[in-house]
Design a protein around this ligand. Sequence first.
Ligand code: SF4
Length: 328
Amino acid sequence: MSERLVEVHDLFKWFPVQKSFVETLLARKLDYVRAVDGIDFEVRRGEVFGLAGESGSGKTTTGRLILRLIEPTRGEIFFDGTNILTMNDDEMRGLRQRMQLIFQDPYASLNPRMKIGAAIGHGLEIHDIAKGQGERDLVIQMMERVGLTPAATLYEKYPHQLSGGQRQRVVIARALILHPDLIVADEPIAMADVSVRALILHLMMELKEEFDLTYLFITHDLATAKYICDRIAIMYLGKIVESGPLREVYSHPQHPYTEALLSAVPVPNPRARREHIIPKGEIPSPINPPSGCRFHPRCPYAMEICSKDEPRFAGTEDGHLVACHLRR
Ligand code: SF4
């Protein structure tokens, strides 16, 4: 059994820009949003791998590509040693049981007309695992495990009758009931009340141990990532700019963008003073990203070479990688 559960090689996803008929006729070539623009990384079995960055960095698209909810423009995605992009629909259906998604917005991801019990058990029917009383028993068991109690009562409720925290537990139960190996958790606590965020994270970590899970944890919040991730990759405009063991990246950030993101993370000591580094200007358009290093228009350390040559993504033997000319 390979240590690597997921491997991503040279992965691209470009979305064509929708234009009016006249604009299409006048345009010489199509424009593309380069949501994911050539990334490589691996997720090791049993770890929590964080994918972090601002909105529009490409992290959610990456999560969807790994689950093959959308097709890449090019690249390779291996799950447990098999290139999933070569699999047909039947093979993918079998594999989907092993890789599940926890959505950012649980309310939007639940069918408002489907009762909670049916929503959690739906996957058991689709994958021919259980139905009828057998399905109900498994659902009740899972609801109790994730703290949806009294389970028999909540089983009959609709999503709008639950609190935000309960709905988040429903989507966790729905993902776990198939006993997957990998969970892609896309901003799983972003929509939850502040009061229940820590509880949800704690539950996710307990379930990880109990069900032997691997998480790809997608977040814009480096403070949350700090408490849950083993390794992390920082994305900026469709590229990974830095990755490595979380402690190493947080204690010795090598990329100016990582440095800026980390400077905004609150520290527990109210007397500790830290400079908050704010990158210049706005995040550029992913349709026409800057030449060379994409961060150069905003980088306080930009040099002449930065706008001309794209820095290589390279690093140390301990797996701390960075794409920055300052580190050559
Ligand atoms: Fe800044 Fe240049 Fe490094 Fe890019 S390559 S982050 S512009 S110093």
